[in-house]
Design a protein around this ligand. Sequence first.
Ligand SMILES: [Zn+2]
Length: 76
Amino acid sequence: MAILGCLAPAPGGRRVTISRALMSITYPSRLMLVSAMNSCHGGYVGDPQHQCFCTPIMIQHYRSHISGPLLDRKTL
Ligand SMILES: [Zn+2]
């Protein structure tokens, strides 16, 4: 999962750039990554029809499993 946080679509599309501290490299790509995750451990936070019993700390801990850069790239 850590490598996914380093991926960025290159301008112009169909390429992906992997950036690390000392270098970045661009490869051709036709990949479309589709993923999903629950909003909390139980999956009910923000659901108007179900009650979420997670505490804010539990939600923060659950979401901390996904890196910030990867979470920034997800469309919620
Ligand atoms: Zn919950």
